[in-house]
Write a protein that binds this ligand. Structure first.
Ligand code: ADP
Ligand code: MG
Length: 476
C-alpha cells in the first residue's frame, strides 16, 4: 500500500524505484519509469524526433515505445518545445535534447513536468523520473517497486490493442550483412525468429546515415528509418569493412547494441594490428616479421628462422593471401613481388609440425561455444574450409581454451572465430575472425551456434535492462 506523508502544500507519496505512470496529453496510457532522485532531469526515450513550427511556435514530433522490451507498440506524439538543452549522462556522453512540458499522472495525481527527449536507450527504461519532476510530490524508496500497482500483460493489451505482444516477448534484431542466402545469415534469421524475435535483414550497402546532434539516424534505401532496433549483428565482408563498420558505429551511437562493436571489428581485420594486440597480452603467436621496405627482406626472412616460411597479406581471409615459400629464394621473390604491387604483408615462421591442421574455436560471450579441428586438403597447408579443408569435432585442451578466451578478450569481441595452430612449443594463435562462418562448425559439431549468438544478445540486453546503476543526468 502506498504510504502518504502529510505536507503543508500537498500529500507527499513514497514511490518505488520503478513505477507505472501515464502521460495523458501524449496519449501514453501507461509507461514504466525509473524513479531516481539522483538524476536531476527527467527523460523519455524518443526516436524519429522531428522539430517543426506550428502557429509560429517550435514544436516537436516523435515516436515512443512505451512498453519495455517491446518495440511493436509505438505511439506518435506531438508537443510544443520549451527549450533545447545539453544533457550529460553518467557515461559521460553529452546530448542536445529537446525539452517539453507535459502532464504526468502518478498515483491518481496529475502535475506538469519537464521531459527531455533522449535518443539513447542505454538505461533500459523508457522513462526516467528525476528529482525536478518529483519536487514536493514524491519521495523515493529505492528498495521498493510498483507501490502504485503494476500493469500486467492483459492490461497492456487492453490499453494498446490486441496486437501488442507481451513485454519481453521479442526484440527487433537487424542482421547487417550482404547476402541473405548465405548459410550463416539464413541460420541467424531462422534462429532469431525461432526464439521469438523480429529479425530484419539489412543489406549494408543499402544503409546510409544521418549525422546530427539532435536526430542522428540510420536510413534504409526503401525509406525506413532504422533507429528502433534493439540490436544488430554485424556480418561484414572484408571488402566492405570500412563502410560496414561506419554503419555499425552509427547504430552504436544510437544506443543499438552491436553484437561485435565497430572498433573491435576494425582491429581484427588488420592481421598485424591484431597480432600486436595479442602479443601485448603475452599470448603466444608464431614469430612474425613486418617491414616497410624491400631492403629489409633478407633480415625479415632470417628473423622468422628462414625458409620454409609463410607470407600473409595483412587483409586476406579464407586462406587467400596466405602463401608458403619453401626456399629462401622463393621467399625473396614472393615478398619482393608482393611489395612491388604495394601489398602490405607479414612474414611468419612456418609451423610445419601442424601438418596442415588447425583449431577453430567459435567464441560466444567469452566462452568456447564449439570447436573443430580443420585439416587441409591433400597437398595443401591451409586448413580453411574454403580451401577444401575438412572439419572434425575435437576436444581442446584447457591451455587451448584459455588461449582462445584471452585472445577474444584482447580483441574485445563478443563473437569470434579464434584460429589456433598446434606447435611443438604449445598452441599458438594464428588469427581472430570477427565474422566466423557457421556452416562448417554447425555441421561438424551439431551445435546450434546461431541460437547461441541470439541468446548472447538476449543476455546483454536483459543485463542492460536490469542494470541498477543510475544514469545521473545533469543539465549543463
Ligand atoms: P586467413 O585469414 O586467410 O584464414 P590465416 O592466418 O588463418 O589466414 O591462415 C590460413 C591457414 O593457413 C590457417 O588456417 C593455417 O591452416 C595455415 N597457416 C597460417 N599460418 C600458418 C603458419 N604460420 N604455419 C603453418 N600454417 C599456417
Ligand atoms: Mg583463418
Amino acid at each position: 500500500m502506498p504510504i502518504a506523508v502529510m505536507n503543508a502544500a500537498h500529500q507527499k507519496f513514497i514511490a518505488g524505484a520503478q513505477e507505472w505512470c501515464s502521460l495523458p496529453q501524449l496519449d501514453i496510457a501507461a509507461v514504466q519509469a525509473r524513479v531516481d532522485s539522483g538524476a536531476k532531469t527527467s527523460s523519455i526515450h524518443a526516436f524519429n524526433i522531428e522539430p517543426f513550427t506550428r502557429n509560429s511556435s517550435p514544436w516537436v514530433r516523435f515516436d515512443i515505445h512505451p512498453i519495455r522490451q517491446n518495440r511493436r507498440v509505438t505511439i506518435r506524439c506531438e508537443s510544443p518545445t520549451i527549450d533545447r538543452r545539453i544533457v550529460k549522462s553518467s557515461n559521460g556522453q553529452s546530448e542536445k535534447r529537446f525539452v517539453i512540458r507535459t502532464p504526468l499522472t502518478l498515483n491518481g495525481q496529475t502535475w506538469d513536468i519537464e521531459l527531455t527527449l533522449a535518443n539513447r536507450d542505454t538505461m533500459g527504461f523508457r522513462m526516467l523520473l528525476g528529482r525536478e519532476a518529483m519536487s514536493g510530490r514524491l519521495l523515493v524508496d529505492s528498495e521498493e517497486k510498483y507501490l502504485f500497482g503494476e500493469v500486467d500483460d492483459k492490461q497492456v493489451e487492453i490499453l494498446y490493442g490486441k496486437s501488442a505482444p507481451a513485454p519481453g516477448s521479442g526484440l527487433k534484431i537487424g542482421l547487417l550483412a550482404t547476402d541473405p542466402d548465405l548459410y550463416s545469415n539464413r541460420r541467424l534469421i531462422e534462429a532469431g525468429e525461432k526464439l521469438g524475435h523480429e529479425m530484419v535483414f539489412l543489406n549494408i550497402r543499402q544503409c546510409y546515415m544521418k549525422l546530427d546532434a539532435d536526430s542522428p539516424a540510420v536510413h534504409y534505401r526503401d525509406g525506413r528509418i532504422l533507429n528502433d532496433l534493439d540490436a544488430v549483428i554485424p556480418r561484414i565482408r572484408p571488402a566492405i569493412t570500412f563502410y560496414g563498420c561506419a554503419i555499425t558505429r552509427h547504430f552504436e551511437s544510437l544506443g543499438v547494441f552491436a553484437l561485435n562493436n565497430a572498433t573491435a571489428i576494425t582491429q581484427s581485420r588488420d592481421k598485424l594490428y591484431s597480432l600486436q594486440l595479442l602479443q601485448q597480452q603475452g599470448l603466444d603467436i608464431p614469430i612474425t616479421g613486418y617491414a616497410n621496405s624491400p631492403n629489409d627482406t633478407d633480415n625479415l626472412i632470417e628473423m622468422v628462422g628462414g625458409a620454409p616460411l609463410i607470407v600473409k597479406l595483412l587483409e586476406g581471409s579464407q586462406g587467400r593471401g596466405v602463401v608458403l615459400a619453401e626456399t629462401t629464394k622463393a621467399a625473396e621473390s614472393v615478398i619482393n613481388a608482393m611489395k612491388s604491387l604495394r601489398a602490405n604483408l607479414l612474414v611468419q615462421e612456418y609451423i610445419e609440425e601442424a601438418g596442415g591442421k588447425d583449431l577453430r574455436c567459435f567464441m560466444i560471450d567469452g566462452k568456447v561455444a564449439a570447436a573443430i579441428q580443420r585439416e587441409a586438403a591433400p597437398g595443401e597447408f591451409r586448413a580453411n574450409l574454403h580451401r577444401g579443408g575438412h572439419a572434425h569435432l575435437t576436444d581442446i585442451s584447457p591451455e587451448e581454451e584459455q588461449l582462445a578466451i584471452k585472445a577474444t578478450q584482447a580483441l574485445k569481441l563478443n563473437v569470434a572465430g579464434v584460429d589456433i595452430i598446434r606447435s611443438t612449443r604449445g598452441p599458438l594463435l594464428l588469427e581472430v575472425n570477427s565474422s566466423p562462418g557457421l556452416e562448417g562448425i554447425e555441421a561438424a559439431t551439431g551445435q546450434d551456434v546461431a541460437a547461441k549468438m541470439i541468446q548472447a544478445i538476449e543476455k546483454q540486453i536483459s543485463n542492460a535492462y536490469s542494470q541498477t546503476t543510475r544514469e545521473q543526468t545533469e543539465t549543463i
